[in-house]
Design a protein. Structure first.
Length: 316
């Protein structure tokens, strides 16, 4: 039956590291529709009829693309499954807007303004303030930051669980970032904001839908207009806070891996000759290599002090 084929196809894709939730829902709905009409194999006319019932052209195109990929999978094993033509519902796609990369002054302005957000006297303004600072200081994805638990803050840094492709890693943080976390947790205890999550608001766990800055796309909020202005607010997103971190280039070759391990074993390692962490992502090592380059100016801001530096230190 088609439902069994859908389950096998979904299981295969999830074994490759894909979440595949939307495709699973689309294919299961279509399989129920096709089986109700007595279909044992994929039929092009049935696919066209079902996709035309979508609520919008965009959804019809999404449905059709997901089902067509499923047809290609089945046709490779059984030629009786039809493969509908590509692009029958159009090939257009709304491009993602290019994010505006915030500089250090704009990030500080956002963090300062976050303390003025309602409701006053609650944990929410402090949560937004420290969340924006963490994104800028570490380059974490917004989904990874919101998924952090209170126990994930350890002596060696932050334990990021179930990141991209379901992997976990240890993220070293600067001592000023750790001090900011200590202040935030002290405020949480004073305001009786309990919970296992690291970032909480008055209603509990902080979710993407509650952010004053959009994660990706959408219309800018009045808060963004007030802080960044009309032009920059249209492109302001949470990824605009963290992306400058990932755009650092290596100042010198990355050090090879070392057998030395920290207390979290395989999560992270460091070489004896260089304090560059090597058990984390390539972008993170690139940034650390750039930060360890001796500063040419007389200013001491951002110079290497022997610790694991990060590009933006949270304000005291």
């Amino acid at each position: 039956m088609l439902s069994n084929e859908v389950a096998r196809y979904v299981a295969l894709n999830r074994s490759l590291g894909l979440k595949f939730n939307n495709e699973d829902q689309i294919l299961r709905s279509f399989a129920i529709y096709a089986q109700a009409h007595g279909d044992q194999h994929m039929r092009a006319d049935r696919i066209f009829t079902w996709c035309r019932s979508a609520s919008s052209p965009v959804r019809a195109r999404t449905f059709y693309a997901a089902i067509r990929r499923f047809c290609v999978f089945l046709h490779a094993e059984n030629p009786q499954h039809a493969i509908p033509p590509a692009g029958a519902f159009g090939r257009g796609r709304c491009p993602r807007p290019a994010p505006h990369l915030l500089d250090a002054h704009q990030v500080r302005a956002l963090m300062t303004a976050a303390l003025e957000l309602p409701p006053k006297g609650s944990i929410s303004p402090h949560t937004y303030h420290h969340l924006f600072g963490l994104l800028a200081a570490t380059g974490l994805r917004i989904s990874e930051a919101l998924a952090l638990k209170r126990d994930d803050l350890c002596d060696d840094g932050l334990i990021v669980r179930k990141g991209k492709f379901g992997k976990s890693r240890l993220l070293p943080i600067h001592m000023t970032t750790r001090q900011a976390f200590d202040r935030y947790l002290t405020i949480r205890d004073r305001l009786n904001a309990g919970g296992d999550d690291l970032f909480v608001v008055t209603t509990g766990r902080l979710r993407k839908s509650r952010l004053p800055i959009k994660s990706f796309g959408g219309s800018p909020t009045r808060w963004e207009y007030a802080i960044l202005g009309a032009h920059q607010a249209r492109a302001c997103m949470t990824c605009g806070i963290r992306l400058p971190f990932d755009h650092w280039k290596p100042a010198r070759p990355i050090a090879p891996r070392s057998p030395l391990r920290c207390s979290h074993s395989a999560l992270i390692s460091a070489t004896p000759k260089s304090p560059i962490p090597t058990g984390i992502s390539k972008q993170r090592r690139f940034c650390c290599a750039a930060l360890l380059k001796p500063a040419s100016s007389s200013s001491t801001e951002g110079q290497h002090d022997g610790s694991r530096s990060l590009p933006l230190r949270l304000p005291a």
